[in-house]
Design a protein around this ligand. Sequence first.
Ligand SMILES: Cc1cc2nc3c(=O)[nH]c(=O)nc-3n(C[C@H](O)[C@H](O)[C@H](O)COP(=O)(O)OP(=O)(O)OC[C@H]3O[C@@H](n4cnc5c(N)ncnc54)[C@H](O)[C@@H]3O)c2cc1C
Length: 407
Amino acid sequence: MIYDFCVVGGGIVGLATAMTLLQRRPGASLILLEKESSLGRHQTGHNSGVIHAGIYYTPGSLKAELCRRGSQATKDFCAEHGIPLEVCGKHLIATNAVEVERMDALYARSIKNNVAVERIDAQELQRREPNIRGLGALFLAATGIVDYKLICETMGRVVRSAGGTIQLGVEVTEIREASGEVVIAARNRRWTAKQLIACAGLQSDRVAQMAGLKINYRVVPFRGEYYQLPPDKNDMFRSLIYPIPDPELPFLGIHLTRMINGSVTVGPNAVLGFAREGYPKFSFSVEDMRDYLTFPGFWKVITKNRKSGLAEMANSLWKRGYLKQCQKYCPSLTLEDLGPYEAGIRAQAVMRDGTLVHDFLFVETDRTLHVCNAPSPAATSALPIGEMIAEKCIGAQSGSDQRDTGR
Ligand SMILES: Cc1cc2nc3c(=O)[nH]c(=O)nc-3n(C[C@H](O)[C@H](O)[C@H](O)COP(=O)(O)OP(=O)(O)OC[C@H]3O[C@@H](n4cnc5c(N)ncnc54)[C@H](O)[C@@H]3O)c2cc1C
């Protein structure tokens, strides 16, 4: 059998893509291959669970556009499928003069990005969030919280009920693109498809290379380590509490996140990982480390961000340093409040010249499309990412069908 579409990766991006392909082309044959025994096991299942409003991103970037659309699409999807969701809003807290200046710039950016934002002063902040201190804050009312793993399971059901096949426990090890088809292999099994869409997250560079692509980036794993507050502190905040980010390193900054199950997490930080899929602290993989240590772009990134990298590493090893970052805006937190919680690992694409790729990155060939970089907020943006990919693939397929039939 020749499938119309083969999707590699059962994270939220692969699932949203599979779901949209079947909505846009009812009756198409589709197979999704996932190497783990359940869906959403990697980045999607280890994130903060935030539906971002899309304030941070460069106006006009793919990230800004897809996040804004994704925020509403995710809420609509949850409403349609009865998935619990809470739109609790988010406060971004400025704690010093530099951050006040950055807050003003961020306010201007949110207007450009079409995201509703409110600027409040210290008194109003304290009235709304009595446990938080700051010189002022931005409030994003549209930010919400959800369980992305639950979204993945629901998307999986939608894919199956639309006639798609999902095979778990299948690690794709070989991809061969020929003129009329793509052959995908895993151990002694193989599948043939007219088109392949690879949404392999932390393995995106390896899957792209497997398909014969000459890529000029590597995935570098960055751990995002969390703590969890004790249950008696679950009601300490009404909204999500974030610091004002450094525009140069927007993914840094520990936040206090209410989770949809009622608990509160603290984090994540961003420290260099020694394994792409090793979640316990000090996990390491020789292969994963060799891949980035032998890549020139990695050394350029490390040299350029030496100071912040070392600070993140120190705070990862020294809990008191981690706590200090939160006490800037929540002085009453103590060391005893920081209980253990599982880390997540970000797939960060780094270019050969040492550029950290902040935007989404896609690479296409005649019969394959690779999602090479889908960093935060790709969970929020997954539905419009899926739509964009589906449009490209369906367009490409009708073009090649017409060529094949000589029209
Ligand atoms: C710590 C952290 C916090 C975050 N917080 C948020 C947040 O609050 N809000 C938000 O919007 N985003 C957040 N993100 C980002 C978001 O989680 C990711 O951008 C998103 O989940 C990426 O989805 P994905 O499907 O591309 O990747 P993944 O979820 O990593 O899925 C990729 C899948 O491909 C599979 N795969 C890989 N190779 C193969 C192969 N050879 N064969 C078969 N299967 C394969 C993997 O097993 C995996 O299941 C966060 C990320 C992290 C790490």
